[in-house]
Design a protein around this ligand. Structure first.
Ligand code: AHM
Ligand code: MG
Length: 354
């Protein structure tokens, strides 16, 4: 963006690379790329723009509320997360690059019928609107997506659930869109992480954050401390250690928890920090979903130099038991995640940690 002489904000076209230009330039780094992947990202970005528009007018029109109700126009009133789900499904089916879609908002997989040019070769899994319980109080929300390639699918019959239940290390791309004070799309194809900001004046995502790297050590920690008493001992000690003043390590660290995972993750990615959703007495496997919340953000954080574990092991190596499986998560700056792991294993305690 730039400010013109009369004070108006002028379009950034020409000053920044558009998402479309960037994707075309990057096509050569994907060995299997035939242009289909570029079209897939474009389809997702189109849905993101529509979701962005709907979210922005959420306070003006009658679309906040429970699904199943009927609004004054007699139309079905939909919650924004169902609207977001529908927009993504529509865009992906229209685009034709996808053979299977999985969504937090739908129990079963959606199998996409082939179009005139055959079956799409990608599997896309998403949380259409993460943090949506915050939307009517104007907190940032996001779309999180994970992309797999179905190499062995012959086009005969249907892909199966087994084709979909693959570990995060098999992802060919992942990303998220954050609908915040500005709207950003951040994604990786395993060749670094790039962030694009939506310029609303021209409706284009512009490359604003090339090659994002997360600090190795940060000072932010994000966890719902209301559950403190339900945490295991090692985690309780780690939190006490974080809060203990120490000049050399810059403690106490700063607590930041929005309750909208993608917003907490995005801030920590750029600034340096750790996000934790552990196992609790109530939720043994934590709360976050492995396939469309955890794996995509883990792929991004690793590409940015950070790590993501479930407490003991790398989350991207977990073999998913089901589409909607959950896992505890510790994700963020490398040194911070390594340190919490040492507390969780009992190697470090409040007494012996410096
Ligand atoms: P959701 O996918 O049903 O919205 O749940 C995930 C959300 C995350 O965005 C957020 O970090 C977390 O739930 C907050 O949970 P809690 O209120 O238990 O801290
Ligand atoms: Mg979510």
């Amino acid at each position: 963006m730039a400010i013109s002489q009369n004070g108006n904000i002028v379009s950034s076209v020409g000053q920044f690379k558009t998402l479309e230009q960037f994707i075309i330039e990057q096509q050569h780094v994907l060995p299997y790329s035939t242009g289909a992947f570029s079209r897939l990202i474009r389809d997702i970005s189109v849905a993101a723009k529509i979701i962005n528009r709907d979210i922005n007018k959420a306070g003006l029109v009658d679309i906040i509320g429970d699904a199943g109700e009927v609004n004054v126009q007699g139309e079905d009133q939909q919650k924004l997360d169902i609207m977001a789900h529908n927009e993504l499904v529509r865009a992906l089916i229209r685009g034709g690059e996808c053979c299977v879609i999985g969504s937090e908002e739908q129990e079963d997989l959606i199998f996409v019928e082939p179009n005139s040019s055959g079956h799409g070769e990608y599997i896309v899994l998403f949380d259409p609107l993460d943090g949506s319980s915050n939307i009517d109080v104007n907190v940032s929300v996001g779309t999180i997506f994970s992309v797999y390639r179905l190499e062995k699918f012959s086009g005969e019959g249907k892909p199966t659930m087994e084709d979909v239940l693959r570990p995060g290390v098999d992802q060919v791309a992942s990303g998220y869109v954050i609908y915040g004070s500005s709207t950003m799309l951040v994604y990786t194809t395993g060749h670094g992480v790039n962030g694009f900001t939506l310029d609303p004046s021209v409706g284009e995502f512009m490359l604003s954050h090339p090659d994002i790297k997360t600090p190795e050590q940060g000072t932010l920690y994000s966890i719902n401390e209301g559950y403190y008493r339900a945490f295991e001992k090692g985690l309780r000690e780690y939190i006490k250690w974080i809060q203990t003043p120490d000049e050399a390590t810059g403690r106490p660290y700063t607590s930041r928890y929005i309750g909208s995972f993608i917003s907490d993750f995005h801030r920590n990615l750029l600034r340096g920090g750790i996000y934790m959703y552990p196992s609790t007495a109530k939720n043994k496997n934590g709360k976050l979903r492995l396939m469309y919340e955890v794996n995509p953000t883990a792929f991004i954080v690793e590409q940015a130099g950070g790590i993501a574990i479930d407490g003991t092991k790398r989350v991207m190596e977990i073999i998913p038991g089901s589409l909607h499986a959950r896992t505890p998560l510790f994700i963020g700056s490398k040194q911070m995640v390594e340190r919490v792991q040492q507390f969780l294993s009992g190697e470090l305690t409040l007494k012996n940690a410096s």
